[in-house]
Design a protein around this ligand. Structure first.
Ligand code: ZN
Length: 138
């Protein structure tokens, strides 16, 4: 997939002052990725947890499944539930959580191809996690 979001120079983004631009980029890329998913027959996704409000971690409590200092606290991460084999008979399909599944590999690698900062959780045992890297954390 050819990345269309080229306005953020990957060489100039290792500064917190660039976080807003990363949030813009992430939102655009998620839209493009969802459009790609919609072209796949029998494949559907459900958007799951995205931004975790800053108040959730203000007291240092990172009790959720999200990585401390990770993208969920910076509006540059989204968890997505994947379903395959969706048909008229079984519209809900089959939930897929394993990053080793061929469809997750396709979708994760597509995400990674969209921008140099794109990170897919399938690389670290969290297949449904899509994010942008910021300060070395995905
Ligand atoms: Zn996540």
């Amino acid at each position: 997939m050819t990345p269309r979001a080229t306005y953020l120079d990957p060489k100039a983004v290792n500064s917190s002052s660039k976080l807003l631009l990363k949030q813009h980029l992430f939102s655009q890329l998620i839209g493009e990725w969802l459009r790609f998913v919609s072209t796949l027959i029998g494949v559907r996704v459900a958007l799951s947890e995205g931004h975790v409000a800053i108040t959730d971690a203000r007291d240092g409590d990172h009790d959720g499944p999200h990585l401390k200092r990770g993208g969920h606290y910076k509006k540059i991460a989204k968890d997505v539930d994947l379903f395959v084999d969706c048909t008229d008979v079984n519209p809900g399909g089959v939930y897929v959580s394993a990053g080793s599944h061929p469809m997750w590999k396709l979708l994760g690698e597509t995400w990674e191809s969209m921008h140099p900062l794109c990170r897919w959780g399938g690389r670290f045992n969290d297949a449904n996690h899509l994010s942008l890297e910021d300060e070395g954390v995905a």
